[in-house]
Write a protein of this length. Structure first.
Length: 179
């Protein structure tokens, strides 16, 4: 059954629950209330009324969810309920853009995120700095930059990336050690 909003029988609360779930998947939130998760999970009764309302579509099957998923949903819904309205709106916009991606595009985003996670903190800082510079460019400047990139051969692109990373040409990037 669908309502006029286009969000199905759960209306906005179902869409928000989907949004919270997507945010949790993308951020990999492993905690509830700031504490490490245990094998016990989170009882439905432990959730605040706002969390229960937001996660209402999970209520019937909550006990059957894996404890890790319960914890991620609980943590994400707690974050959502404390977000200021402007932050919620921005999060909803990002989720809509995510939903508009094809499965292939989503896979690419996940792959790029994993590559980012493998970078050193210094490399991550450089990526963030470059991203901010890109965002501050005018649309015309962005378009010119993208056109120049597209005109490069794969080898030229690879060389440019290696130069930017300070690597010798042809060297393989080393994953950063995990603690």
């Amino acid at each position: 059954m669908s309502d006029a909003s286009g969000y199905g029988r759960h209306g906005w609360s179902g869409a928000l629950a989907s949004l919270v779930l997507a945010v949790l998947v993308l951020t990999g939130t492993p905690v509830h209330g700031g504490e490490a998760t245990t094998g016990a999970g989170v009882a439905w009764e432990q959730l605040s009324p706002d969390q229960q309302k937001l996660l209402g579509r999970f209520e019937a099957g909550w006990a059957a969810l894996p404890p890790e998923r319960q914890a991620r949903l609980a943590a994400g819904s707690a974050r959502w309920t404390t977000m200021p309205p402007d932050e919620r709106a921005a999060t909803q916009q990002r989720f809509r853009r995510w939903q508009d991606l094809t499965p292939e595009q989503r896979g690419l985003v996940r792959e790029q995120f994993q590559q980012y996670q493998q970078m050193t903190p210094e490399e991550q800082a450089q990526v963030r700095k470059n991203f901010q510079r890109f965002r501050q460019m005018s649309p015309e400047q962005r378009q010119k930059m993208q056109q120049r990139w597209r005109q490069l051969t794969p080898q030229q692109r690879q060389r440019l990336l290696e130069q930017r990373r300070g690597m010798r040409p042809g060297a393989k990037p080393q994953p950063r050690p995990r603690p």
